[in-house]
Ligand binder design. Structure first.
Ligand code: SF4
Length: 214
C-alpha cells in the first residue's frame, strides 16, 4: 500500500535534547497509517477518519522551519502515522539531509521495499522499528487492529533488512499481556537478533510477571 501524491504532515514538535550532541530534536509527524493500534498516541494523525479534520503542514513550511532551526537542532525524527507509506519519502529525507541534519525514521515495518530504498540511498542515520507483538498473525492482528498475515510477513522482511543493513537501529516491542509465553518471547528475541533487542532477563521477567498474574 502506498499513498500517492505529496506526503501529508500533521505536526512539528520540538523535543528537548536527547541525543549525544546535546542539541534539540525536531519530530515531524506524518499523517496516515495502515495500522489501527488501540494504544496509538497519535490516532488523530494515524486513523483515516481523522486525517482531514486538521490542516496539513506543507513540506515548504517544514523545510523552511528546519533551515532556521538547524543551529539549535541536530536531528529530525520522522514519525507518524506511518512515513514509509509515502512514495516521496526518499525525496523528503534527501531535502532534510541536505540541510546537514541527521534523520531518524520510526516505522511499523510494513513497507520493507521503502525501508530498503532509504537504507540503500543512505537517507537514515537511525531506524526505529516497532514490533507490535509476538510473531503470530493472531496476536499481531489484535494489536495492530488489522488482519496481519501479509503485514506480518512484511514486518519480518523489514526486520531482516534493518538488522543486516549496518545502519544504526533499535527494535521495540510491547508483548500482548495475556497471550505471551516464554516460547513466543524467546522466538521474538532470536528473530530480532539477540541480546540488545529483547534481553533474556526481560524475557524471564515478563514471563514471570505473566505467570504470577495468571
Ligand atoms: S503503527 Fe504507530 S502510528 Fe500507526 S496506529 Fe500503530 S501506534 Fe499509531
Amino acid at each position: 500500500m502506498f499513498y500517492v501524491g505529496k506526503m501529508r504532515i500533521g505536526g512539528i514538535v520540538k523535543r528537548e535534547p536527547s541525543v549525544p550532541e546535546g542539541k534539540a530534536t525536531v519530530e515531524i509527524q506524518v499523517k496516515g497509517c495502515n495500522f489501527k493500534c488501540s494504544y496509538c498516541k497519535h490516532y488523530e494523525l494515524a486513523y483515516n477518519g481523522f486525517l482531514d479534520r486538521t490542516a496539513d503542514i506543507s513540506e515548504t513550511i517544514v523545510i523552511s522551519y528546519l533551515m532556521r532551526a538547524r543551529q539549535t537542532h541536530s536531528t529530525v525524527i520522522i514519525t507518524g502515522g506511518e512515513p514509509t507509506l509515502y512514495e516521496d519519502l526518499p525525496d523528503f529525507l534527501s531535502e532534510i539531509k541536505a540541510l546537514g541534519l541527521k534523520v531518524y525514521v520510526k516505522t511499523n515495518g510494513t513497507n520493507p521495499l521503502m525501508l530498503k530504498k532509504i537504507i540503500d540511498k543512505k537517507l537514515a542515520d537511525h531506524i526505529f522499528l516497532a514490533i507490535k507483538s509476538d510473531l503470530t498473525a493472531a496476536d499481531y492482528s489484535t494489536v495492530s487492529g488489522v488482519l496481519s498475515d501479509v503485514y506480518l510477513e512484511s514486518v519480518l522482511s523489514s526486520v531482516s533488512i534493518v538488522r543486516d543493513s549496518g545502519v544504526s537501529h533499535s527494535f521495540c516491542t510491547r508483548p500482548l499481556i495475556g497471550t505471551i509465553t516464554e516460547e513466543k518471547l524467546t522466538e521474538l528475541s532470536s528473530v530480532l537478533g539477540g541480546d540488545e533487542k529483547v534481553p533474556n532477563e526481560l524475557v524471564s521477567e515478563l514471563t514471570k510477571e505473566y505467570l504470577q498474574a495468571n
